[in-house]
Design a protein. Sequence first.
Length: 318
Amino acid sequence: MIRRPPRSTPKPSSAASDVYKRQRHAERDIRIEFDKELTEEVKGLRRQYRDVFRYPLLRKGAFPQHVRFSSTTDVASIEVVQAKNDELAASGPPPPINGKNDLRARIQQTAASNYVTTLLSGATLSESTAGGGGQLDRKIPQWLEDLLGDLDVPDNEQDSEAGADATTSAKPSDRPWSITFRRKRPVSVEFSDGQIKLAVHTARIVSAGDRFDGWDLLVGYKMDPQNGGLLLTRSGDVDVLPTNFHPATGRGLSTRQVGLRSNLIKVINDLTNQGDGFPKTLEMPMIELAGELADVGTLALEGSKSENGWLTLTWNLP
């Protein structure tokens, strides 16, 4: 009789080693796949940053002087300085933000003014046909077009302050008009007193053949968070003053300037009430996340402050 050799039984230590090796291989495969997907995602973000933000600004000579990305285990941050040697700069650090938010932004008024200068210096905004809407003679970045497109102007908006002119305020202007921005600092932005204040410095305004050279258009918007978004309400009519005129000096306007100012105030506010100027209200809705973040939720505005030259906005997910 031939005896069969006994079956070999793996030692416990050998079996555990095999399991450990399989786990290590699985972890390695997962890590490789994760790194591959992450690399593609980073490449996509880099391409978007390069094509949508960096290259368009470089072509305009408007790329920020300082851009810094940083992150921790909890927060990703970007810091941008928009100021050349001959431009305005912030006089101090940004205000602190207390608490935790899913998204927060702090914008200095000088950065906003400097950036607008790169877009509108010497540009002309005009309307040649009634109801055609103002057309800018140059292209603005796509991301800014998208942002402006998200701002909602109510269709039925009608300025109740127009008084007797309210019956005509809804009609489009039947007069061609154009506004040419000044080359040096065409727009000054001010963040203070809970408002966003704008001073549009024009080189020339033309309406129905009348020409006005060297005037500033002054307007302010009060901020009011509503329904997860931000409602901007115009503070009264648009005011008009000659460029470089400062009431605080105590100097008054000349007789000619008083007459021109009265006429120009009427022209600008008539255009505004007809929908060709500064809207009475602007609504910035909640931020709808897109792409792979669409399922995360919608960012609702939590807080808004405009003071001491800084605009601070915070958003949270539901």
